[in-house]
Design a protein around this ligand. Sequence first.
Ligand code: SF4
Ligand code: SF4
Length: 208
Amino acid sequence: MRHVKFRMRIKKGNTKPAKTSRMQKGTDKFSRGIMAPKTYKIDRKEKMSLWERAWLPEILCGMLITGRHFLKNLLRTQEMITIEYPEEKKQLPPGYRAEHRLMQREDGEVRCTACMLCSTICPARCIEIVAEDVGDNVIEKRPKIFNINELRCVVCNLCVEACPCDAIRMDTGRFENASFDRATAIYDKEKLLSNKADGASNLSAGLY
Ligand code: SF4
Ligand code: SF4
């Protein structure tokens, strides 16, 4: 391979003057007189009256609309579109993507076979799986560690769709997963197995 060496020569005491900008040289379009700076003037032919300039009609109009909605909601609470959350909760739409859960087989073992398809497809790289041998030639593996970082998850549902054995779902209906520290937002295998679809919408039941 041919090597080329570059050398930089630095002259001591270089007294070359610094470059002057275009503005300093007077070469810009404004200073050369080619373009004059534009000024805009708004021509208001119709003068606003004092009543209009006070904006009182508009303020009163806005207050009337607010007052009308306030009284309507106060007298007809059944028709209100807002709810008293968190005491009252809305029915989640079918297929709502909530917290993950891991499914179990009939014998209570985790259904996941640690095939890594979900962690491979996950765009947020938030699924961590460490597989272990189960000593069974049919199933072969199961997850020793299965962590999902719910803070990093973008709730795309791709892991659920990629799973070949319906071992992971997002049908728990739980979405209030705020926490005071990041560590509790990383759900381990036990947490994912204990998550149930108890908060799911009845409308979602037919999807699985
Ligand atoms: S829902 Fe999307 S981002 Fe979240 S764990 Fe699954 S694949 Fe990753
Ligand atoms: S949850 Fe499904 S896709 Fe993910 S490792 Fe387990 S079996 Fe594979």
